[in-house]
Design a protein around this ligand. Structure first.
Ligand code: G6P
Length: 502
């Protein structure tokens, strides 16, 4: 183990030292998590996931402070050790300056109930309307966990801003922290503040399934920012309508005017991190995984899906579409191998556990009916294995019922070496950018998805090549650095306009 990965590499930072800077990011999940090594030491590891990839790169160039919430026992131990004070840590070659917050027993209700159930389910339109949501237990989770954690994060952001020697610039991330902006704004009326939502956003009617109080507070919090950012113009548009219809704001072009403030509501293109992808693609573990895939594939066509086990990823309907494909076009039974690669996610939420169970059962039914050779289901964390599959697919299937963006569609487009076809949900944020290259599908219509899979699997080489070319170009637009730079520009413009009083 390298010395710098030891926790003693996590050193408190004196105010005013060279790392002190006004760039401040805050998110629920931070860029580093800790695991306990066999010798009992806590070892920092750089986290994966879109948010960390996107923001992590940007904060390497120009180090800033990253405020986040401790998510595991190990993280909590580190957080308690530093007691909310900033410290530096190196993990897998990256260096971060963190303020890691231990929110104690509140974490469960803040993360699993309020964030991942109430807000995630609402923003992804996941409620089964005749039964849910009931609203029972919500006010407590919101009032006693979500709001206090937001308050804690906001206070850490305010401290970081006050202690910075540069002009503070604040970048809040995602649905876990919708209230933090309001608190920051009260303490720092002039600080440049941007809130980025990596999720979709819904229209006013759907948002109103949340208790009125929550809707009011969330809009109040987000509209405290100078800029609210999304990954697709569709989500910005929905947000503006919510601000108008539910908060009484006025829409002025891309901006929203409310309570004497002007908030620019913009979308920013986030592409792939090609350098990081290339590193994994060239890795020995990826090569070995690829050889295993090739053996199993044995000259057949490869249909791939790679997803977190999230309800919004629509994995079950995807499997049903594959079953229908094999029923309706029996030739594929011997000619296609479906590799389904799932990363377990949020297994603390009962609905997520049940959903994974339902997906496993459907996969098993397909294997029983058409033969085990037709489908393999992998459930686990093995990024090289996922990357190896993305390098070789003939068809990549990404059919989320709705998705803020869908990074896999973009990563697959760039990694693939076979002019593979992308079958993509029209409700993924990435769909507007990839529409020309992909076959777009209605995620709720299983029959049409089966037909799209058939079309993709039988597409001629010329069409595959020309579509793949478009996909590669489009997926490369907006590197994480460009994505972040565009936000900084938007924030500067918004603040300048505010200072001019326009
Ligand atoms: C996805 C979403 C992000 C979200 C993240 C949280 O990547 O696109 O909006 O922040 O999930 O996942 P986690 O595993 O941290 O709950």
């Amino acid at each position: 183990m390298r010395e710098e990965t030891r926790p003693n590499a996590a050193t408190p930072v004196a105010v005013g030292d060279s790392m002190e800077h006004g760039l401040i990011a805050a998110s629920n999940r931070g860029p580093v998590s800790w695991r306990r090594a066999d010798d009992g030491e806590l070892v920092p590891e750089r986290g994966a996931g879109g948010l960390v990839t996107a923001l992590g790169g940007a904060l390497q160039d120009e180090p800033g402070t990253w405020v986040s919430v401790a998510m595991s026992e190990e993280d909590r131990e580190v957080a308690v050790r530093h007691d909310g004070e900033p410290f530096e840590v190196k993990a897998n070659g990256s260096r971060f300056r963190l303020r890691l917050l231990d929110v104690g027993d509140r974490f469960e209700d803040y993360y699993n109930t309020a964030s991942n159930r109430l807000l995630w389910f609402t923003l992804h339109e996941l409620w089964a309307a005749p039964y849910e949501p009931s609203g029972i237990g919500w006010p407590a989770a919101y009032r006693d966990a979500y709001a206090p954690v937001n308050d804690r994060v906001a206070r850490a952001v305010i401290d970081a801003a006050r202690e910075s020697d540069g002009e503070p610039e604040i970048y809040l991330q995602d649905y876990h922290l919708c209230l933090a902006g309001g608190l920051v704004r009260k303490a720092l009326p002039d600080a440049p503040l941007l809130h980025y939502l990596h999720t979709p956003w819904v229209g006013p009617r759907y948002l109103r399934r949340l208790p009125d109080r929550m809707v009011h507070d969330i809009l109040d919090g987000l509209l405290s920012a100078d800029v609210v950012g999304f990954s697709s113009p569709l989500w910005s548009e929905s947000f503006r309508r919510c601000a108008r219809d539910l908060a009484g704001a006025t829409i002025d072009g891309e901006a929203v005017l409310w309570d004497g403030r002007r908030t620019a509501v913009r979308h920013f293109t986030l592409g792939i991190d090609e350098t990081a992808l290339e590193a994994v693609a060239g890795d020995e573990a990826t090569r070995r995984a690829g050889e295993e895939h090739d053996r199993e594939l044995d000259g057949r066509r490869l249909l791939v899906r790679v997803d977190r086990t999230d309800l919004s990823k629509n994995i079950l309907r995807g499997l049903q579409a594959y079953r229908l494909l094999l029923e309706r076009h029996p030739d594929h039974q011997e000619r296609v191998w479906h590799y389904v690669h799932l990363n377990p996610s949020r297994q603390g939420v009962p609905q997520y556990r049940e959903y994974l169970g339902a997906c496993r059962a459907e996969a098993e039914r397909i294997r029983e009916r058409f033969g085990a050779h037709t489908l393999s289901l992998f459930v686990g964390d093995d990024y090289p294995r996922a990357v190896a599959a993305l390098q070789r697919f003939d068809v990549l299937f990404a059919n989320p019922s709705v998705d803020g963006m869908n990074l896999v569609a973009k990563e697959g487009s760039v990694l693939n070496e076979r002019n593979g076809v992308l079958v993509l949900s029209r409700h993924a944020g990435a769909a507007s950018l990839l529409a020309e290259g992909a076959l777009l599908v209605n995620p709720y219509d299983v029959e049409s998805q089966a037909e799209a899979l058939h079309r993709a699997l039988t597409m001629d080489d010329e069409e595959r090549a020309s579509r793949a070319q478009v996909l590669q170009q489009q997926a490369r637009l907006g590197t994480p650095h460009e994505w972040f730079a565009a936000q900084r520009d938007a924030l500067r413009q918004a603040v300048e306009a505010r200072d001019r009083g326009t």
